[in-house]
Design a binder for this molecule. Structure first.
Ligand SMILES: *[C@@H]1O[C@H](CO)[C@@H](O)[C@H](O)[C@H]1NC(C)=O
Ligand SMILES: *[C@@H]1O[C@H](CO)[C@@H](O)[C@H](O)[C@H]1NC(C)=O
Ligand SMILES: *[C@@H]1O[C@H](CO)[C@@H](O)[C@H](O)[C@H]1NC(C)=O
Ligand SMILES: *[C@@H]1O[C@H](CO)[C@@H](O)[C@H](O)[C@H]1NC(C)=O
Ligand SMILES: *[C@@H]1O[C@H](CO)[C@@H](O)[C@H](O)[C@H]1NC(C)=O
Length: 953
């Protein structure tokens, strides 16, 4: 009760409020009389707040749950599922007549039988129970209850049907949300002009009155009109829906005018006659798509977006939720155009003052349906913005999302991955709006309970959580994977953080190696072939030309400054690779370039002087051009060349270098190449390893191994055996070199089209087996597999990076480490690369990179502490942003930003550099709650580095 005599408008609950609190409904209160919206409305703050979000802020997955009384449900509508189009005395609706004319609907489909829900109520209730929903939103077929549309034609069979459905729901603790009108007007009422005839206001009211009286003891949530804009616009403007009137200039406005009055009338009937005894809520349900301005920084684009929403949504919600009248911008614009057309009055009808007062406030809660956002396709983040817009525009009303879902064009889609991603990301955005933005969101309904008749599209596409076999007269229902997923969300009341993703405080073992890695001024060139690389090959001869615009680094000054950076990061080791052609310009030992070799000696000395252990890679893809000219890795003689190159390095640098990596990521070198390439890479590695083992290990005492690149692979459907096999195959193919090496007996013989290994001879096998001292691992990301022969997909909810192939998936890191432990008999593991890229303009406050390192390194800690993985060291990729070689190659992985437009090439640490230093200082993540650890106090000043960079002469 509201005391309108009192200027404070105090509210006192009536008995009815307690009655329906058993359905967890909000207590309705008369909506405030809000002033008309301006354009852009006050809701423009939503664009101002969100449109400048970084992708990281926008796309970071949010874990959390909804309040205890959150109403989870699914929705359907009468014509789309019931069938029984003329059963037991039902009258025809405009959709019956429309679909019966061949050519109107795709495949000449009709809703005559649809899902046959008219005869399968028990099964539908069973599906709802299995989902665990708290509500079910369905619509009443007006002509099933009143065959002629009027209350002198009551059809008791129709009334019985709905009584049984409602009883069944209530008996199972499922709250019915009932829509009075979901587009299927009795044909008899269309025959007198349909919604263009204002008699419909009375007739709709008398139908609603009957429903309140008949079902209102059990139904506490009513929706008058579903998507009134569609009724007015698609039925009377575009004319593609019945009654197929194509009069876009004026009929939709006239029809909407009548719809608004009809809605208000029904609301008042409920308010006056039933609310006190029945105590439910009543509203209408528009459809809303979020609109993102083309250029969010341009106020005119914001205004255009806001105007669009006022026209699309405000058309119905502004009168009801604001001041009883259409949005000012709509009145102005339609009026203005009508004047230009020399019409005597505006095409937008005018409400009298009395009508405005009658319409204003005729909704207890805010319901809406939403599917996509304008501009983009399914963009989940539009939902969060839309919810914020409603909050700002209508002063934070209680909100229910009544329809949200995705149609997929396929008949056998029980394994409906796309729909799972859709719900996962949309519900997550709803969760953000509720938890982070305090949007008063009370319920969420998925569209739809099951595949159904989708209007002009017939039975394609499919929106259901359950598949319906429309070819089978029994219309059997089968739960899709999305139904299982949605049931899980309902059970969890949201998406709580999985236990294994919870942060682990703790430290790494005392002697853990923290490494940084770079290849000075060399781009990583992932997934590109040798031919591209060769064009940019870093041979001394090329560099000495000095006129190609490529920037090389003056090694004499660079060493000191780079070592300074490393010291400041506090790393214990540093991984870099040796350029084969810098040391051996034609790839052979015929001529040794002492200057090149000397450069590496000085670098190593400087590192050792700073107490930083050098980790040296012999081959990181930069094959001397001279060797490529005689066939590169396809020529068997390269095995001997590589061995000679390795020997030179062992001889000259081996007293100081105790950690060697023969080949970096052989998989990427051999990817899509003739299989002989993989063959020779493995043999070259094995020969270098034996050389070291036989001749140098005794006196030098170092470690030597190979490093592989591996993603983690998850089966796309964890219950599907084919997907599980595909995941295993994916891991094995990437790890095939290692599979061929260690204690693993025998060889994997692959016949996968993109990676074939030749058979090794028995003596080759003996030569290769066991040629490893540790397991070197480069790891960045995770994929979802589903087919033995096809590339994998990713989960749409995973955070992107600056590289299309790199999704932020920390959980996969721990799983991969555990898999290597199990698969290769617990080898010592060194992570030799791990990091994340950004694209475009640099941001020194690189929070997304901090997030990446924090979560990935934490997973590494879990692997050691919880899974007893023998992880010995961790290398971050990379020290500084690399020079961009290829056009458009704009992926920066560095802790340090390098300003390439400044000839001094100044380096400046990003926030992540200091964060990484803190992790190293702390040797992990001490729990600050257990007392402030000194290592957590970051050094305040960020040191700046700059240096001269000239061409090597
Ligand atoms: C609609 O369909 C009914 C029954 O199928 C038919 O009797 C009636 O004439 C039709 N009305 C129109 C306007 O086509
Ligand atoms: C629909 O019916 C019309 C008229 O009978 C026919 O010409 C057309 O081929 C049908 N379309 C399909 C897809 O069956
Ligand atoms: C509107 O409906 C009434 C019957 O309720 C009818 O008498 C009248 O002719 C209809 N008007 C139009 C324009 O069809
Ligand atoms: C392989 O390399 C050797 C030199 O190492 C060269 O003589 C021979 O022609 C090359 N073979 C092919 C097929 O290019
Ligand atoms: C490595 O060298 C040691 C010592 O010479 C030898 O015992 C061992 O068999 C060698 N390992 C392999 C795989 O050849």
């Amino acid at each position: 009760h509201v005391n309108f005599e009192d200027s404070n408008r105090p509210r006192t609950p009536k008995a009815s409020a307690y009655f329906y609190s058993m359905f967890d409904l909000p207590v309705p209160s008369k909506l405030p009389n809000l002033p008309a919206s301006e354009v852009p409305s006050t809701a423009k703050v939503v664009w101002q707040k969100f449109s400048s979000q970084t992708d990281f802020d926008r796309d970071t997955f949010f874990y959390g749950t909804f309040p205890k009384d959150f109403s989870w449900g699914v929705s359907s509508s009468a014509y789309q599922i019931e069938g029984g189009w003329d059963a037991d005395g039902k009258g025809p609706s405009i959709w019956d007549n429309f679909t019966h004319i061949p050519g109107n609907i795709k495949n000449n489909d009709t809703g005559d039988i649809a899902c046959d829900s008219y005869n399968k109520m028990e099964e539908d209730i069973y599906l709802l129970r299995a989902l665990g929903v708290k509500n079910y939103c369905f619509s009443l077929s007006w002509s099933r209850i009143f065959p002629s549309g009027r209350n002198n034609s009551i059809n008791s069979h129709g009334v019985d049907y709905y009584n049984r459905l409602i009883d069944g729901l209530v008996a199972n603790n499922i709250m019915p949300i009932v829509t009075l009108y979901h587009w299927d007007l009795p044909q008899a009422l269309q025959d007198i002009g349909g919604w263009e005839n204002s008699t419909l206001i009375d007739l709709f009211d008398s139908f609603a009155d009957f429903c309140f009286q008949t079902f209102g003891d059990r139904v506490k949530f009513w929706i008058t009109l579903n998507e009134p804009q569609v009724i007015a616009w698609v039925g009377y403007g575009l004319g593609t829906f019945p009654p197929n009137i194509n009069d876009p200039g004026s009929a939709p406005y006239r029809v909407a005018h009548i719809l608004l009055k009809a809605h208000a009338r029904v609301y008042h009937t409920y308010d006056d006659k039933y609310r006190a005894s029945q105590g439910g809520v009543i509203t209408l349900c528009p459809n809303i798509e979020w609109v993102e301005p083309k250029t969010p920084s341009d106020p005119r684009d914001i205004e255009a977006a806001d105007r669009h929403l006022q026209f699309l949504v405000g058309w119905f919600t502004h009168p009801i939720f604001k001041n009883g009248d259409y949005p000012e911008v709509m009145k102005w614009q339609v009026g203005n155009r009508s004047e230009l057309q020399n019409l005597p009055s505006s095409r937008l009808p005018v409400f009298t003052a009395e009508e405005r007062e009658y319409i204003r406030g005729t909704a207890d809660v805010f319901c809406f349906n939403t599917y996509t956002s304008k501009i983009h396709r399914a963009v989940a983040w539009g939902l969060r913005r839309l919810l914020n817009w409603i909050k700002e525009e209508y002063e934070n009303p209680p909100i229910y999302i009544i329809e949200n879902g995705v149609g997929i064009k396929t008949t056998s889609d029980v394994d409906d991955n796309t729909r799972i991603f859709y719900y996962k990301t949309y519900i997550d955005e709803a969760l953000k709006a509720y938890s982070l933005d305090n949007v008063n969101l009370r319920g969420y309904n998925a569209w739809s309970l099951m595949d159904d008749f989708e209007w002009l599209n017939g039975y394609d596409p499919r929106f259901g959580l359950h598949q319906v076999d429309f070819d089978n007269p029994n219309r059997p229902r089968t739960p899709k994977r999305s139904a299982v997923y949605y049931a899980e969300i309902i059970r969890n009341n949201g998406i709580p953080m999985p236990k294994e993703d919870e942060f682990l405080y703790g430290e790494f073992p005392k002697n853990f190696w923290w490494t940084d890695k770079s290849k000075c001024c060399v781009t990583p060139q992932r997934l590109t072939g040798l031919s591209i690389w060769d064009q940019f090959s870093h041979t001394p001869l090329k560099i000495s030309n000095g006129d190609n615009g490529d920037v090389a680094c003056d090694s004499y000054h660079k060493i000191e400054e780079d070592v300074e950076m490393l010291k400041s990061l506090k790393v214990s080791s540093y991984r870099f690779s040796i350029s084969w052609s810098r040391v051996l310009p034609d790839g052979t030992t015929r001529y040794v370039n002492e200057m090149g070799l000397n450069y590496y000696e000085r670098l190593i000395d400087a590192l050792l002087a700073a107490n930083i252990i050098p980790q040296v890679t012999l081959y990181h893809w930069d094959l001397p051009q001279a060797l490529q000219n005689v066939g590169g890795w396809e020529n068997d003689t390269i095995v001997q060349r590589f061995k000679e190159y390795a020997e030179l390095l062992f001889q000259r640098l081996g007293d100081k270098v105790k950690f060697w990596i023969t080949v970096n990521e052989p998989y990427n070198v051999a990817y899509a190449a003739p299989y002989v390439v993989a063959h020779n890479l493995i043999k070259a590695h094995a020969e270098a390893w034996h050389l070291y083992n036989d001749t140098y290990r005794a006196k030098q005492g170092g470690l030597i191994s190979i490093t592989i690149n591996s993603d983690w692979a998850e089966p796309r459907n964890p219950h599907n055996q084919e997907d599980i096999s595909a995941a295993r195959r994916y891991l094995e193919v990437q790890g095939h070199v290692v599979t061929a090496l260690p204690a693993f007996e025998g060889f994997m013989l692959f016949s996968v089209f993109y990676c074939r290994l030749p058979e090794f001879t028995e003596s080759e096998k003996q030569r290769i087996k066991g040629t490893y001292d540790y397991f070197g691992l480069n790891h960045y990301t995770t994929v979802l597999t589903y087919n033995l022969n096809y590339p994998a997909v990713t989960d749409r909810s995973w955070l992107n990076s600056g590289s299309f192939w790199l999704k932020v998936t920390p959980f996969g890191f721990r799983k991969l480490l555990r898999w290597i432990k199990e698969e290769y008999d617990n080898p010592p593991i060194y992570v030799t690369e791990n990091g994340v890229s950004e694209r475009g303009a640099s941001d020194f406050n690189d929070t997304w990179r901090i997030h990446y390192y924090r979560s990935y390194i934490n997973e590494a800690l879990k692997a050691i502490v919880l899974d007893a993985v023998d992880l010995r060291g961790y290398t971050a990729w990379t020290l500084m942003d690399n020079f961009e070689w290829a056009v458009g190659f704009d992926e920066k992985f560095g802790f340090y930003h390098v300003n390439f437009t400044d000839p001094d090439l100044p380096r400046r640490p990003k926030a992540s550099a200091r964060y990484y230093t803190q992790i190293i200082n702390c040797n992990g993540f001490p729990d600050a709650a257990a007392g402030l650890h000194p290592c957590l106090e970051l050094e305040s000043e960020g040191k700046r580095y700059s240096r001269n960079c000239a061409f090597l002469v």
